[in-house]
Write a protein that binds this ligand. Sequence first.
Ligand code: ADP
Ligand code: MG
Length: 247
Amino acid sequence: MLETDGLLKEFGGLVATDDVDLSVESGERVSIIGPNGAGKSTLINLITRRLDPTDGDIRFKGESIVGLKPHQVVQRGVSKSFQTASIFPDLTVRENAEIAALAAEHGEFGLNFLTHRNDLSSVRELAEETLADVGLLDRADTEAVDLPYGDKRRLEIGIALAAEPDLLLMDEPTAGMSPEETQSTVDLIERVKAERGLTFVLVEHDMEIVFSISDRIVVLNRGRVIAEGTPDEIRGNPDVQEAYLGG
Ligand code: ADP
Ligand code: MG
């Protein structure tokens, strides 16, 4: 589903990702771990086209996406939760989900919708389904600004899901969450995987979560992939322990 080939990103003299070959199969859940500054967020932002690579290629479903704009990548089926300011605070939870569904079906800002006067019912349905998936239906009429922190993050996941992606990228989805919020986010990831067969690439610092939900783990250190394998393989890998787990 996703392949990066020799992906290099330099910021001035600093090499943030160094010759990264990442490959993700359809239906797989891949976690990317590594110390602070390892290049994890940079890698995610390259895939979503928020950043231009210095060199290398990114293929999604076999086609290079390096020449595409971020919204074109979304339309091909790659979505990322926690794009900053993805929530409209003054709108209700439901309105936020509807805008996300509208944008996904009709292009950024729903412009096609405005010109074609389509039927809104499919947008409403998709928004409703998405809110059910993220457990926010009972808060649908709450203004987003009034949601507790964990629910806001869930709404952000919902906004990403409303684009009906094939690949969902998440950069530290549980950061700043309470243990209960973290658990419900993990449950959400499990449920969405089971129901929608989504492919995930997850950046996560909580090792317990990483070991419990990943099919495969990729370890970055100073921009380079230093190990990859199943949770069991990574747990026992001495290079990983030295670079990351402090062992
Ligand atoms: P991680 O997410 O693994 O903590 P990042 O991908 O955020 O790491 O950062 C990797 C390296 O690239 C770090 O050294 C960071 O300071 C640097 N970096 C990230 N974004 C930028 C940027 N926009 N401009 C300059 N340097 C950056
Ligand atoms: Mg980061």
